[in-house]
Design a protein around this ligand. Structure first.
Ligand SMILES: [Zn+2]
Length: 132
């Protein structure tokens, strides 16, 4: 399964869901106190349900993401002596966080830890690999 990362769109989905579930139906109900059309009442109830479905689906999506994060976190807590690839071809020490690591270094020149593998796995590889 693909690694989920909702940090960039999670807030927007919750906002849209709440808007469809409460804000728009609330405005329609307000308008309907004047107009009193059954169609507007039905529309606001339908929107409430659509908003609820969006929020329920997103909650499930979030629970899957949290489960994946837990798995990745567990992997990292057992494999601290790795170098993690960051931008510009540089690496970060998994043990101390030093960013002074080159692609060919096999130990950290800040904390001295020896890396157990050349390069760390990406979260997607951890999920695909079924790591314990
Ligand atoms: Zn280090």
């Amino acid at each position: 399964m693909k690694k989920i990362n909702s940090i960039n769109y999670g807030g927007k989905i919750i906002g849209v869901g709440l808007m469809i579930m409460f804000v728009i139906p609330g405005m329609l109900m307000l308008i309907n106190t004047i107009l009193n059309f059954d169609v507007i009442l039905m529309l606001s109830r339908l929107l409430f349900l659509i908003g609820a479905v969006i929020l329920i689906c997103f909650t499930v999506h979030l629970l899957i993401e949290f489960h994946q994060d837990k798995k990745v976190d567990k992997y990292y807590s057992k494999h601290r002596n790795v170098k993690i690839k960051i931008n510009d071809g540089k690496y970060e020490c998994g043990a101390c966080g030093s960013r002074n690591i080159g692609p060919n270094d096999d130990f950290c020149n800040t904390c001295g830890c020896k890396y157990e593998q050349a390069e760390d796995k990406k979260p997607q590889e951890i999920l695909d690999g079924n790591e314990k």
